[in-house]
Design a protein around this ligand. Structure first.
Ligand code: HPA
Length: 303
């Protein structure tokens, strides 16, 4: 594999810090995509990002070919339990897919540019449709733990603080300087999802709503949760929006699901606290349903 040389980074901190925050040029992403395709026979047109506790989505994949992120130039490696850190290629209901089993997050110290490198790599490997999944806290009081929310829109709260993967030089080969993000979550795919949930008898735990991202890693305060509810958020997490922003920038179709792993605390008097163990346990509880649902959806879409 051709080793891509370091971009001379005027970064005052250590080289590790520079690597965590580094962005990649079109030519570099192209090299990474080529090097991966040189190691697998699969030519995926659908990409799936598995969020916290959703890694079991890869269980239904046949003719698997697996590459660890640590063996891919530049790929960010997650330090979080529940994020395996590998690309799984293969066939899901006859469709050529690539799954990201595990993702990196901004709260681990990675820049939004670095955590979205895998999405651009997928694009240059031929992926046209991206499914994103995540674990999220329920803000909407009608939601229950274990519900699955079809994402209809997002609120990039981290973006309000300048955290957006498209900040910096724009390369038109990826997409335009000012991409539109209205309609980011594909209408047709959301329609198919609702039909699929109904056909599979899953409507009682399916919801649709707006996802927001704060950087984390601390969970939200009571006042932050109340604020999110007030401004129209249904579920909140610490991921996904950078990946969707980059995917839409390079014209991939996007479909998103949030697994509601806990209810956000809305009362000052509450003695409950959000925690990562609860997130993983809910993922485990719903993993089979999620796996069956995603496989069924994949079988129905044209990709
Ligand atoms: N807040 C933010 N991220 C999350 C939560 C939450 O309550 N649950 C799972 N991911």
């Amino acid at each position: 594999m051709k080793v891509i040389s370091e971009v001379p980074h005027k970064c005052p901190s250590s080289s590790v810090e520079a690597e965590l925050r580094r962005s990649y040029t079109y030519n570099e992403v192209e090299e990474i995509a080529k090097s991966i395709l040189g190691r697998v026979t699969c030519r995926p047109t659908l990409g799936i990002i598995c969020g916290s506790g959703c890694g079991k989505l890869a269980d239904g994949v046949e003719e698997k070919e697996v590459i660890s992120y640590k063996d891919i130039q530049g790929f960010p490696i997650s330090t979080v339990p529940g994020h395996e850190g590998r690309l799984v290629f293969g066939k899901l209901r006859g469709k050529a897919v690539v799954l990201m089993q595990g993702r990196a997050h901004c709260y681990e110290g990675y820049s939004p540019q670095k955590i979205t490198l895998p999405v651009r790599t997928m694009k240059l490997m031929g992926v046209k449709v991206l499914f994103v999944t995540n674990a999220a806290g329920g803000i909407n009081d009608k939601f229950s733990v274990g519900d699955i929310m079809i994402i209809k829109d997002h609120l990039n709260l981290a973006g309000f603080a300048g955290i957006n993967p498209l900040v910096g030089m724009n390369d038109e080969r990826f997409g335009p300087r000012f991409p539109a993000l209205s309609g980011a979550y594909d209408d047709e795919l959301r329609k198919i999802a609702k039909e699929t949930a109904a056909d599979m008898g899953m409507t009682k735990f399916f919801q649709e709503g707006v996802y927001s991202m704060m950087v984390g890693p601390s969970f939200e305060t009571v006042t932050e949760c109340k604020f999110l509810r007030l401004i129209g958020v249904d579920a909140t997490g610490m991921s996904t929006i950078p990946e969707v922003t980059v995917a839409r920038h390079c014209n991939m179709k996007v479909f998103g699901l949030s697994l509601i792993t806990n209810k956000c605390i809305m009362e000052f008097e509450s003695q409950s606290f959000a925690n990562h163990e609860e997130v993983l346990a809910t993922g485990e509880m719903r993993s089979k349903d999620l796996q069956r649902f995603v496989a069924e959806m994949v079988s129905k879409i044209d990709v």
